[in-house]
Write a protein that binds this ligand. Structure first.
Ligand code: UD1
Ligand code: CA
Length: 455
């Protein structure tokens, strides 16, 4: 997707998004673990934009922070007053003056747009078009700007508020995104006025101005679904479903089996290897890498986890940030791993918490093993050597070390180092009293009967 022509992307991200009913700026709501703005910035970069300008609402520090984190080289331009889409683009005047060959304008609240579509949108510019408009056909055009044409020729875009009844019947709609030739962009945008029903400076008016100058205007088709904006939480969930669909297909195409793809939820950055099997009802949070041949059994939840090849987890496994499972490790049902490494072939098959720990290769943690990593103030580490065997229901009070090959008896509370190959048992010694139970039982029953007789 590279081109000899240089590309500036201007992303309009001003606006509070009132209909989201949120304390958070609209463009910072997340889809598949990444903000809407993050999706658009990624598409712009992937489409080849070497210069990115983002137009923001003044005073939205969180938006500026997100841009600095995701696109450190991007320039941020506040739009002092919300006077329309053309006015917003002109807020980034310095980016237009930088002189790149092509300019694409995207919206921070239109997160489904792909890099491939942005590349298609700018393509007509290299064939001499001054303006390219992204458009779709829909049976329900209400609310959209209509693309007015005469035969093959584009004449103008008419906003719904300004349209005549005939114009409202047009079903070719402006998706909002536009590409402008750098040579003409500033001159066209500077001439856009606000004599319309909304009193706004409309970016789509660049079309009629270009036509009047005898410049070529192209229409680039897009699926309506891809051009959907997000204005409320319902549309947010529609966008989420669309992106999840893409991520599921991408995982399948890359060689993972998803038994019930519609029940598996990915993050934008989930990486699955070949021949990974994902059973139903699995959630991948951000920053998960799954190696070749792993099995993720049903109802597991992963975030910030790295699985080497041949690892099996679940059903009902929970991997939290910093979980690293080496080749062939096995994490079973109701096991939580956080900030801990399980060495190659190490196992924790049932009901276990492994936090802030290093578990050596081939070690086995019995059911109910708990690393007591937190003293109420600080976190402490547990180290378990290779091949160690931790009996069921053991509490490992960190900081603590169990040497390689050691065995810990079931039910132990381990608060001191266990040397290599040692046996550690820390529990009361068992005492049996022969024949004691029947007498005790009879006494308890007699007491109960006496209580029942009392008035
Ligand atoms: C816009 C188009 C319309 C198109 C529709 C597609 C205009 C005038 N109309 O309408 O033809 O069919 O998108 O969804 O462009 N913004 C700013 N500053 C402003 C105004 C808007 O940053 O002063 C940003 C918004 O945050 C938003 C984008 O520009 O991301 C589009 O603005 P919006 O008001 O949603 O335009 P529409 O009325 O939907
Ligand atoms: Ca809109």
């Amino acid at each position: 997707m590279t081109s000899a022509r240089s590309l500036t992307a201007i992303v309009l991200a001003a606006g509070k998004g009132t209909r989201m009913r949120s304390d958070r700026p609209k463009v910072l709501h997340r889809i598949a673990g990444r903000t809407m703005l993050g999706h658009v910035l990624a598409a712009a970069r992937e489409a080849g934009a070497s210069r990115i300008a983002v137009v923001v609402e003044p005073g939205q520090a969180e938006v500026a922070h997100e841009i600095a984190a995701l696109a450190p080289g991007a320039d941020v331009f506040p739009q002092a007053e919300r006077l329309g889409t053309a006015h917003a683009v002109l807020a980034a005047r310095a980016a237009l003056e930088a002189g790149d060959d092509d300019v694409v304008i995207a919206f921070g609240d239109t997160p489904l747009i792909t890099a491939a579509t942005l590349a298609r949108l700018r393509a007509p510019l290299s064939q001499g078009a001054a303006v390219a408009v992204l458009a779709f056909e829909t049976p329900n055009p209400a609310g959209y700007g209509r693309v007015l044409t005469a035969g093959e020729r584009v004449l103008a875009i008419r906003e719904e508020k300004d349209a005549s009844a005939d114009e409202r019947a047009v079903t070719l709609c402006n998706a909002g995104l536009m590409a402008l030739s750098g040579a003409h962009a500033l001159a066209l945008l500077s001439r856009i006025g606000n004599a319309n029903a909304a009193g706004e400076y409309y970016l789509p008016d660049a079309v009629a101005l270009a036509v009047a100058d005898g410049l070529a205007v192209a229409v680039v088709p897009v699926a309506e679904a891809e051009a959907q904006g997000v204005n409320d939480r319902v549309q947010l969930s529609v966008a989420e479903a669309e992106i999840q669909g893409r991520l599921r297909r991408a995982a399948q195409v890359a060689g993972a089996t998803l038994i019930a793809p519609e029940t598996v939820f990915f993050s934008f950055d989930t990486v699955l290897g070949r021949d990974v099997l994902v059973e139903p009802h699995v959630v991948f949070g951000p920053n998960v890498t799954v190696g070749d041949g792993c099995v993720v059994h049903a109802f597991s939840h992963l975030e910030g986890a790295t699985l080497a090849a041949g690892v099996q987890i679940g059903p009902y496994a929970r991997l939290r940030p910093g979980a690293v499972l080496e080749t062939g490790a096995r994490i079973g049902n109701f096991v939580e791993v956080k900030n801990a490494r399980m060495g190659a072939g190490a196992k924790a098959n049932h009901l276990t918490y492994v936090g802030d720990a290093e578990v050596g290769a081939g070690a086995n943690l019995g059911a109910g093993t708990i690393t007591c990593n937190y003293d109420g103030v600080n976190k402490h580490r547990t180290e378990i050597g290779a091949g160690a065997f931790i009996g069921s229901n053991t509490a490992l009070v960190a900081p603590v070390r169990v040497g390689a090959g050691a065995i810990v008896g079931a039910g132990s509370v381990i608060a001191a180092e266990v040397p290599e190959d040692a046996l550690a048992v820390s529990r009361g010694r068992q005492r049996n009293v022969a024949g004691w139970a029947p007498g005790k039982r009879a006494a308890l029953q007699a007491e109960k009967a006496a209580r029942a007789k009392k008035p």
